[in-house]
Ligand binder design. Sequence first.
Ligand code: 5RP
Length: 225
Amino acid sequence: MKRGRDRAKQRAGESAAAEVESGMVVGLGTGSTAAAAIRRLGERVEAGLDIEGVPTSHQSRALAREVGIPLTSLAAATPDVAIDGADQVADGDLVKGGGGAHAREKVVDSAADRLVVVVDAQKESDVLDHPVPVSVLPAAEPTVTAAIAERGGEPTLRAAEQKDGPVVTDNGNLILDCAFGGIDEPASLAADLDAVPGVVAHGLFVGLADVVHVGHTDGVDVRRP
Ligand code: 5RP
């Protein structure tokens, strides 16, 4: 029996998976809520759904293989839709990167014709105030740290849990989790972060979401920002 929040994530993921039709190329997001969508897509593939997936991480690739979703890449196909999770949602804008996959997620989610976001209700907020993950070239960690502090952020190098030292992403970068307090102008902060040399990608996804499936224990709200 799943606990409440897990159940809400599962409902959101499964609701988003129902939007997928045969013939589509699907961007496969990362995290536990996106994983619920991938599992449901796997069941639908077994029942005859004809799709190809573009993974956004080692995790989503491994899960897609496990559940039998054929894979392709951005070199071969453009996703019709991407289904991805988020750490916080406000007005359709997102903070992502809790799993450190935001660099590839941003590439795949931006390339897709539509981005379908899947979250549980606890992720909704009036204003984005979740720390923003910023992945950086390892050599640029000191200069990016200083640049973020100059912009009023408080960066913390993300530490690994079962390894000494920092998290190293699928792409070989480090992650600074940057607290900015309430982010009143996410587009402006996103542009500032994009302009810092050494920043590979940050977790602010502004204006990308087409629809947000918000899972509750007893149902799903579908919001169109
Ligand atoms: C990974 C992400 C995830 O989508 C985000 O952290 C949400 O994860 P979960 O669905 O497990 O709460 O951005 O980089």
